[in-house]
Design a protein around this ligand. Structure first.
Ligand code: SF4
Ligand code: SF4
Length: 302
């Protein structure tokens, strides 16, 4: 795969270094670095499009904020790339209007906007999927008894946080590992914003922590805590399914809350970040946070 990178700032550099360190150096056919102090609104973004671009399959833009992201369609056109990834880590960086503008400027390019980068999973696009087989939503294999004995990273966050967290989990009490992992993410120079994104009702930083918590839960085979629906109280015909509409994990594309066959809401403990938003939104008080363990399916490694 031929990968062309558009980067800015320390976050962009961190992602490039992590990709290169973990086996993608040979795929990178070129890179353009933009200054961090570009204005959010740029009239003539075409003047920022790099010259002499090589042929590429996939464009990744990391750390670019505001209108400078509009170079992506033109870079894709000039390189012949059919796919692009523009991770969103802050609501200011990629307002919904700008996202739409980028998509409209590149109808020939399959562009995904993972929110944040560590929520990226396979999409059905061959180049995005090849990248997402190595980098994106964290996946861990964990050996543990009462304590964590060994952690192997199957897929790591593009910024390198998963490898940092995996190293720090050794000898952690297993029941605390989920929370320790989230805490370690906060210690890592993660670029996810602490501003609430109005489109999902939560912060990118929280969304990032839900992804690493899920990796730990699946690695261990159980979750210690989750929101749980009381089927007696849940009556979706008397609400507008507010829980589903308000869950930030659902809003970034996960099946955290679904309606069962009997038309009762059901919450997946693997992906529930116990943010409590659904508890507040349910008009029938049908949801509460419960302590587990909740048994989970691990990864299908075949
Ligand atoms: S849990 Fe509450 S908000 Fe969700 S479907 Fe049931 S009644 Fe509606
Ligand atoms: S607590 Fe509710 S809203 Fe929050 S992640 Fe879990 S299911 Fe979604």
């Amino acid at each position: 795969m031929k990968l062309y990178l558009l980067i800015s700032g320390k976050y962009g550099s961190r992602v490039v270094n992590n990709l290169a360190e973990h086996g993608m150096a040979g795929d990178i056919v070129g890179m353009e670095e933009f200054p961090e102090d570009l204005p959010d609104f740029i009239e003539d973004f075409a003047s920022y499009v790099p010259q002499n671009l090589p042929p590429a399959d996939l464009i990744i833009a990391v750390g670019l904020s505001g209108d400078i992201n509009m170079v992506v369609p033109e870079v894709a056109r000039k390189t012949g790339a059919s796919s692009a990834i523009i991770p969103v880590y802050d609501p200011q960086q990629m307002p919904p209007g700008l996202q739409q503008e980028i998509q409209e400027a590149a109808p020939h390019v399959n562009i995904v906007f993972p929110k944040p980068f560590c929520s990226l999973q396979a999409t059905g696009d061959p180049f995005i999927d090849e990248f997402a087989s190595k980098f994106g939503k964290p996946q861990l294999v964990i050996k543990a008894d009462r304590y964590i004995k060994k952690v192997k990273v199957l897929r790591g966050a593009p910024c390198g946080s998963t490898n940092y967290i995996a190293k720090g989990l050794w000898s952690t009490p297993s029941e605390e590992a989920e929370l320790v992992a989230a805490h370690k993410l906060h210690n890592y120079p993660c670029n996810a914003s602490t501003s609430t994104d109005p489109a999902v009702g939560d912060t990118s930083m929280h969304l990032a922590s839900y992804q690493i918590k899920e990796a730990v839960k699946r690695g261990l085979g159980y979750a210690i805590k989750s929101a749980v629906v009381d089927p007696e109280r849940c009556k979706p015909d008397q609400c507008q399914e507010e829980c589903i509409k308000s869950c930030p994990q659902v809003l970034i594309g996960l099946d955290t809350i679904t309606l069962r066959e009997d038309k009762k809401a059901s919450i997946d403990p693997a992906t529930c970040g116990y943010c409590e938003i659904c508890l507040k939104e349910c008009p029938l008080d049908a949801i509460e946070i419960k302590n587990g363990p909740f048994e989970l399916k691990g990864y299908d490694l075949m």
